[in-house]
Design a protein around this ligand. Structure first.
Ligand SMILES: [Zn+2]
Length: 123
């Protein structure tokens, strides 16, 4: 009886020792692996709305992905996945992914497949 009382006390939030759990996965924060932004908020792909635009750099078209959270997102891994998927080169500049060539629609589609709320931007 005493045990069950203690347990319910935990979840009622009356104990100071109540573990702080993640609002997304429900795990205690030490075990939570959810991506988070610099402010500590859960920030997974579906919490992000990257903008994908075309841009001419040094006379060549490239595709720029802006608006990703650099703290919550593994930009290098994402860039690699896009480069491999599109069969093109690219890099990261100031937190933006730059892919060679005009692949705006393909990049939007791939980001959406990964769960991002990606949108095309610009002309
Ligand atoms: Zn979590």
């Amino acid at each position: 009886m005493f045990l069950s009382f203690t347990m319910s006390g935990l979840f009622a939030g009356t104990s100071l020792e109540r573990p702080v759990t993640c609002e997304r996965c429900g795990k205690v924060l030490d075990e939570c692996a959810c991506p988070r932004s610099a402010s500590g908020a859960v920030c997974g792909p579906k919490d992000q709305s990257p903008r994908v635009r075309r841009e001419k750099r040094r006379g060549k078209w490239c595709t720029v992905v802006a608006g990703l959270d650099a703290d919550a997102t593994d930009l290098k891994a994402l860039l690699k996945a896009l480069r491999t998927g599109l069969g093109t080169g690219g890099g990261i500049t100031d937190g933006e992914l730059i892919l060679q060539g005009d692949h705006r629609d393909a990049v939007v589609a791939r980001l959406c497949e990964m769960g991002y709320r990606a949108k095309p931007a610009g002309g």
